[in-house]
Design a protein around this ligand. Structure first.
Ligand code: PMT
Length: 219
């Protein structure tokens, strides 16, 4: 209906944990459920944004109204994200992207053996690449930390050229991966951090979108 604080804006959200194939039936993955990213997509929809949800596999229902772009691996996610970047106003990277992939994927199912060694190679850092190519976009990252959350988070803000970072302490049992709640800090390149106490991911998502609205207004 044209109202909503993000009406006319395109918001791209990534969610879930990427999967790196070992052979046709096995993969390396992580414990991301996609809940954080899907909640953000829903909060952005409520403000009338055009929402592109680039998602690794999850067991969640796709929110009504998003443009859904399913991907598996980090490389697949990078290709999808990059293809929308020019026409996107806000990117929010809530996905847990695998830092490594298998060097030589087996074309057939690997047979049982006593020991086996997997060689891993580094994946591209999608968010860092976006930071380097940034023109008009507002770039929001996440940081999954287990210690020195603010210090390590601020390092990511600078290295990845971010406008905002949600640093969550994933060592806590009620925050981070695969739970309904989250907490942490909102970090910025040139503003004091904001402490976010423990709350439902849906509520944190609304705060994140609120910050995005303010940051866009002050750009
Ligand atoms: O999905 P849930 O179960 O709800 O859990 C939510 C979450 C814990 C996954 C989420 O809140 C979160 O913290 N996501 C980011 C996890 C992560 O990969 O953090 P990182 O510190 O490794 O990466 C920092 C940032 O760079 C992230 O925005 C990440 O998306 C991005 N990244 C990382 C590696 C890589 N190769 N490319 C990237 O773009």
């Amino acid at each position: 209906d044209g109202t909503g604080k993000l009406s006319g804006k395109t918001v791209l959200v990534t969610a879930g944990g990427t999967q790196e194939n070992i052979d046709p039936v096995r993969y390396i993955g992580n414990r991301s459920s996609g809940k954080m990213g899907y909640s953000i997509a829903e909060a952005a929809l409520k403000e009338n944004a055009r929402v592109i949800l680039v998602s690794a596999p999850t067991s969640l229902d796709v929110p009504d109204g998003v443009e859904y772009v399913p991907v598996d691996s980090a490389e697949g996610m990078q290709e999808a994200v990059n293809s929308y970047y020019d026409t996107t106003d806000v990117v929010i990277m809530a996905a847990a992207v695998s830092d490594f992939r298998v060097a030589n994927k087996a074309p057939q199912k690997i047979k049982k053996m006593e020991t086996m060694t997997l060689e891993l190679v580094k994946n591209p850092d999608i968010l860092k690449g976006l930071g380097e190519l940034k023109t008009h976009q507002l770039l929001v990252g996440f940081a999954a930390e287990t210690e020195h959350v603010v210090e390590y988070g601020m390092d990511k803000v600078r290295r990845k050229n971010l406008d905002m970072l949600v640093a969550n302490d994933v060592s806590k049992s009620n925050a981070g991966f695969n739970v309904d709640t989250n907490e942490g800090f909102f970090l910025y390149p040139n503003k004091e951090p904001k402490v976010m106490p423990n709350m439902q991911k849906s509520e944190l998502a609304r705060y994140i979108i609120g910050e995005v609205v303010e940051l866009l207004a002050s750009k």
